[in-house]
Design a protein around this ligand. Structure first.
Ligand code: C5P
Length: 321
């Protein structure tokens, strides 16, 4: 005989959390290429006066900020990324904290960076991460006006303000004065990263060295993009390219190979070392990947983003976990 069960089985009681859900804010940090970069002169502050045309690209890192009690922490799994105040994200966080009138060092926050943009490449990865960090931290820390974020960004890195708006834009001054241009019609981009990087400081010092030594620059090779687009500012000339090619001739080889592979135009981006080629269609760009593969440590297919596309894709997203 079976004994009667004294208690009917009840489903286990659901745990009721008494803690408030943690807020997590994430944003894409899109890279850029420079469709033109002219050095207009030296400045008393040691920087160079520029006229450049920035162009957002789909390739992006991811920056996430979340509430975490204790001192400010920066995490990134990619080797070689500094996780202290050498990282522009760290500096952006500290500068925003101060600009919001908070005392001491940033706290109670964890920021995570997931890298896809190669480093020392001229694609603005560090500054893009810093700009995205400002957006997500502004949201997490109770809101910050875009004008304040722009001001803070300009103090963190010369091209950081551009990443707050994106698209196709003119950069003046150190590059921090940003004016929207009519967006370049969508192009597909092949980005070739040679097996070495170039630091920004290095590229500008090579430029100065060559000027001081009276080195004659090669004939300027204007490349006008064959698309209906009113801007004449983007002629695919980069004044930093000749001094960098003089030290790294591989960059010239990659540029020639991109043109050979059918690119409408090709140039080094920013201070290098990435060389990019512009293509009108995805299949045309995809066909160029294989012949370029042997010249680069990485060869990536991407495309340009308009300002509106950038705004939608880079918008911070809030979750509660
Ligand atoms: O502003 P950011 O920290 O990105 O600049 C890094 C370095 O690049 C500067 O310290 C400077 O050597 C060089 N630079 C320059 N002129 C600019 C932008 C950057 O000389 N307009």
């Amino acid at each position: 005989m079976t004994r009667p069960r004294r208690h009917a089985r009840r489903p286990p009681a659901r745990k009721v959390s008494t803690t408030r859900p943690r807020r997590v804010v994430a944003a894409r940090a899109h890279g850029k290429v420079n469709l033109d970069l002219r050095v207009l002169g030296s400045r008393p502050d040691g920087y160079h006066e520029l006229r450049t045309v920035f162009q957002s690209i789909a390739l992006h890192d991811m920056v996430t900020a979340q509430e975490k009690p204790g001192p400010f922490v920066l995490k990134c799994r990619t080797p070689g990324v500094p996780l202290d105040d050498r990282n522009l994200v760290w500096r952006a966080a500290a500068a925003l904290w101060r600009a919001l009138g908070r005392a001491g060092d940033p706290a109670d926050t964890l920021v995570t960076i997931e890298k896809a943009i190669p480093m020392q490449a001229g694609l603005g990865g560090g500054s893009a991460d810093a700009a995205a960090a400002l957006q997500v931290l502004g949201r997490l820390w109770g809101g910050a006006a875009l004008s304040l974020l722009r001001e803070v960004a300009a103090g963190v890195g010369s091209d950081a303000p551009f990443f707050l708006s994106g698209g196709t834009a003119l950069g003046l001054g150190r590059g921090e004065e940003v004016y929207p241009l009519v967006d370049l019609p969508r192009h597909w981009i092949v980005l070739v990263r040679p097996p070495f990087g170039v630091s920004t400081v290095e590229a500008y010092s090579w430029y100065d060295e060559d000027r001081a030594a009276g080195v004659r620059e090669p004939r300027i090779d204007v490349q006008i993009l064959p698309v209906p687009w009113p801007s004449r500012a983007a002629q695919m000339i980069n004044d930093l390219e000749p001094p960098v090619i003089r030290r790294h001739p591989e960059i010239g080889t990659i540029k020639a190979a991109l043109r050979e592979a059918g690119a409408s135009a090709a140039a080094m981006s920013g201070s290098g070392s990435v060389v990019f080629g512009l293509f009108r269609t995805r299949p045309a760009a995809a066909r160029a990947l294989r012949p370029l593969a042997k010249l680069g440590e990485s060869v990536v297919l991407s495309h340009t983003l308009s300002r509106a596309e950038h705004e939608t894709r880079a918008r911070p997203i809030l979750r509660r976990v």
